[in-house]
Write a protein that binds this ligand. Sequence first.
Ligand code: GAR
Length: 200
Amino acid sequence: MKDKLAIAVLISGRGSNLQALIDAANHNDFPARISVVISNVPEVFGLERARKAGIPALVVNHKDFSTRAAFEDALMLALRPYSVDLICLAGFMRILTPHFIQHWPQRIVNIHPSLLPLYKGTDTHARALADGQREAGCTVHYVVPEVDSGALIVQARVPILPDDTPQTLADRVLAQEHILYPQAIAQIAPGLLKALEVRR
Ligand code: GAR
């Protein structure tokens, strides 16, 4: 049986969650290696992080395509040479449609900065504060066509403090994201590796 998953990480920005995955994958016992990083936005810092780690770092700029399907076709073409087992969305800010998702059933995961099913979408921290929540957090979940709605894998919780702003809360949650994402991959890897073996 294959001992490590080949993963692709899709990003749109600074890539601090990508960095957490790169750091985790540097440990021998982590059950995944990052085969490729793809950004839909050119020149973002996450691409530099990947290159510094010796990982192929590509851009598939969504602005170069007139439809979502054409963008997703280009993404699939870019992924093909890397034979990836799992796709990790890490601050990837494009909605993927069934056109793409159907090719990767239960094999795309995302990290989202809220305690799903609360606060799907954007501005999660400002909305949690506006609602007077006492707790916030982050979730790793499978990606399905309905945004931020797939089965939950793991969550981490943080308290909301009286003086919190969206930024201070985002910082506290982000620190947990960096722990949670590698944990989630480690948790699902054995089952996925077994399933891939059966299909071979
Ligand atoms: C992270 O907080 C991640 O949870 C969020 O974007 C940030 C990316 O930061 N993702 C989403 O909101 C997806 N809906 P990073 O580029 O430093 O990893």
